[in-house]
Structure formats: C-alpha cells, structure tokens
Design a protein around this ligand. Sequence first.
Ligand SMILES: O=C1O[C@H](COP(=O)(O)O)[C@@H](O)[C@H](O)[C@H]1O
Length: 256
Amino acid sequence: MTNERRVLVHPDKASLASSVSARFITKMLDILDAQAVAHVVLTGGSMGSAVLDAVAASPARTSIDWSRVHFWWGDERWVPDRHEDRNDEQARTALLDDLDVPDGNVHPFPSSESGMSLDEAADAYAAELSQHGVDGLEHPIFDITFLGVGPDGHIASLFPHRSGIQVTDRTVIPVRNSPKPPPERLSLTRPVINSSQRIWLVLAGADKASALGLALAGASRDEVPVAGIKGRRRTVFFVDADAAAEVPESLIARDY
Ligand SMILES: O=C1O[C@H](COP(=O)(O)O)[C@@H](O)[C@H](O)[C@H]1O
C-alpha cells in the first residue's frame, strides 16, 4: 500500500464514529504487539469526542493495556482547567476517566490557570514533548494522530492565512486572535503532526465538504491548512457522506 492520502466514506456520523473506534482498538492492539509503548494524539471537536465516546462504549477496549499508551493533544484552548471547552476535558469525560491510564501518561497542555503566560505554556509543552523525544527529535513519534477539520480547513489550531501553518522551527506555538473562539490557544506545529506514523482525520457534516474537496484538489496549505497534512505511513480521511460531497469519486473508498 502506498502512502497516498485515502478517503474512507461512511453513511452517517454514528457509523463513522463506531467504525473509527473499532479500527483504533484493532490498530492499538497491533501497535502494542510490536512495541512497548504507544503515543497517541487526541483532538477536540465534534467527531473527536464522538470517536472517544464510541471507544468507551466498546467492550473490546478492555483488551488494550492502556498503561502502555501515552495521550497527547494536537491543540488546546487557553481556558481554565476542567473547562468544558478544553479538548483534554472533552477527552477525559468521553473516555480517559474510564481507563486505567497512569497520570504520567496523560499529557495535557497547560491551562490559563497554570500561572504561565501563553508563551511560557507553549515552551513548557515543547519541553514535555522533548522529554519523550526519540531518534534525535524533540518529540515522540506519534503512532496515531487524530485530527478534526474545521469548516475553514483548520487542523489543530493552525488556521487559514495565519502564520502558524508555516512554522517549522518550533514544536509548539502560542496562537492569538484565533478566528474561532476562544482567541488564545496552543498548537502543535505541522512538522510535528506530519512526523506521525498515521494521521487519522475524522470529519462529518456538509459544512466540511468544501474544505475537504479543496484540500484534495491541491489547494495550498495557507488557504486550507489541512492540505498540508500527511503522515509518514498513512493519512486517512474518515468522513461521512455529507463531508465527502466534493471529493472526486476516484479518491473515495466506501466503508459500506
Ligand atoms: O477548535 C477546534 O476545532 C477543530 C474542529 O472542531 P469541529 O467541532 O468542527 O469538529 C478541532 O479539531 C480542534 O482540535 C479544535 O481545537
């Protein structure tokens, strides 16, 4: 199989979430058969949470030794700890609170209550990534990175026509004046995301169709940031039929 981007279409949001959840559990079993520890990047947003809800609902989740899994986030909103808008809070509520994961394996971004400035918080997360760096990299090699995609084509907190998507000399950036609230955020940068073994983008709804169509038609990453995303081994867009409306038929594989 090549490392070309693939689009896997599901009929609706519910089947999309349960299919991605089943694939995630199966892939984690394979990964943990082959290596001692796995690193996974989680995302916030509607489908990110829906997938984690589906993992939590699956009896098969108990077959995974979660103590060997590290969880990171692709971005975070600069709001207080446990705020419902925090991506880590959404993941804890949906899944992590139910799993036997050591606290040291969960790597949330600092919050606005951390006592740090936004810049200091970006540096602190970069330092935490660096502690788990391998192969001379300042960060782990992520085994699976989940990303949502905004209607404007943003991924993590890398937005269209903003400098963040072009940053290559840092692993983490502070984001100010985000076009989507809240205005202050923290984000992994594109090279860190693209160093992931597998990038799984999960998106649903007609409001995502244009961004997905443009990204696959060769739009620039400045215009549509998701266009600049490609993992080392696999890049899969898991989508529902509505989000796939503008994807060329030749690129589509249907999961039904
Ligand atoms: O703000 C964000 O939005 C995106 C997508 O959210 P969605 O609700 O439109 O699916 C998300 O992937 C990102 O992590 C988040 O911070």
